[in-house]
Design a protein around this ligand. Sequence first.
Ligand code: NAP
Length: 454
Amino acid sequence: MAYKTIYPYNNEVMQEYDNASDADLEQALTAGHQLYQQWRQDDPQNRSQILLNIADLMQKKRDDLARAMTYDMGKLLTEAQGEVDLCIWIAQYYAEHGAELLQPVPLKTKQGNAYYLKQSTGVIVAVEPWNFPLYQIMRVLAPNIMVGNPMILKSASICPMSVQMFADLVAESGAPAGTLTNLFINYDQVAKAIEDPRVAGVCLTGSERAGTSIAATAGKALKKSTLELGGNDAFIILDDANWDELKEVVPQARLYNAGQVCTSSKRFIVMDSMYDQFLELLKNAFSQVKMGDPMDSSTTLAPLSSKSAKDKLQSQVNDAIAGGAKVYYGNEPVDLPGQFFQPTILTDIDHDNPIFNQELFGPVASVYRVHDEAEAIQLANDSSYGLGGTVFSSDVEHAAKVAAKIETGMSFINSGWSSTPDMPFGGIKNSGYGRELSSLGIEAFVNQHLVLKP
Ligand code: NAP
């Protein structure tokens, strides 16, 4: 497996990296374990400065980091800059709140004076994807620094430039050796790391395929795992939805990051009475995108992350059409050298269509017509995924009641998906298990250590 940055805008190979050796892995495990033993003696509050230093340096290098992400996987530079800002926010959030979130918790028990500590557990292996090269890392790095769990990182093989730049920045910020070790390792080495006794757990963000493999390795080695996997999220539009708000929300909900977000709205479920009107709204939004240079601030739709991502999406759309789906808009070749995909609207997807229960990772919207709210809820739940979704209605309280009936990890009322440090992120069913961010995320890899005093 070669770690390579190929700029998806023009297919230029910008940088290639050597794979790490087993000796590199051993060194990382040794450094991480030594740091864990030191950190477990220290007060978490002492580690907040590490995060603040990282945040400061990210602020200084904001544009370099953002450009590297754009080169790695093609996202719009403006979106990459926003991603750096979000990383800074996450680092600052855990620096400010981490120690408090890790305070011992008193327990009411008849046995005596009991409480539980929240202690570090050891080195964590993080396996992360390419769609948000730095945000995905920060989601797990920041809380685990506060907990006192050093991290070994295996990033996606297509985004080494930004990830290595970030790992170098962590070292430059003065964080102790072993805080974050980025290794360009292969799958066997990832398994070897998970199995190592010095490693306490593994967190993965990625596909179901990767989740199955990582969870199996972790299970066999009796290691804790958290999985943030794909989604096929429903965006339910009730009869009383506000069209002006919808017009604002829908394009971003599907097209942000070229549609390559686990929580992108992928299935639009629309009441019969508004179906035609909604298709027009979507077509209008999709036909106005400007594809082109992701570094140019006037570009509104970036290329997909790689040739294989584009080929996969095209083959899924082809399968959908062969299976009876209709193209309402799009699915035409884009006359640009990069990995661009024209925004596409599919309708008439029945239950037997091959893509009915698949994640389409790119700017393709599936639109479903339903006749009442119960049918909308039933269709939203007819999925092996359960990550996040939206309910749109002028009656916010009613929309919240509908949202509560959806089998999913996150629901957004009258807005598309969003992620901030203080809100938990994660899913159910084949979208994975565990939560990242907020007070829940910081507990993913802590030892909830009970102490009972007489
Ligand atoms: P992917 O192919 O599963 O890769 C994710 C990471 O796992 C990469 O670092 C990959 O390395 C590694 N990997 C894959 N199989 C592995 C194995 N058997 N052993 C060890 N490492 C393995 O997913 P992706 O295409 O990069 O990312 C897109 C997926 O991530 C989508 O399904 C998306 O929905 C999901 N996602 C979920 C969330 C969430 O929070 N729920 C957030 C973002 C993305 P290589 O690159 O070297 O193959």
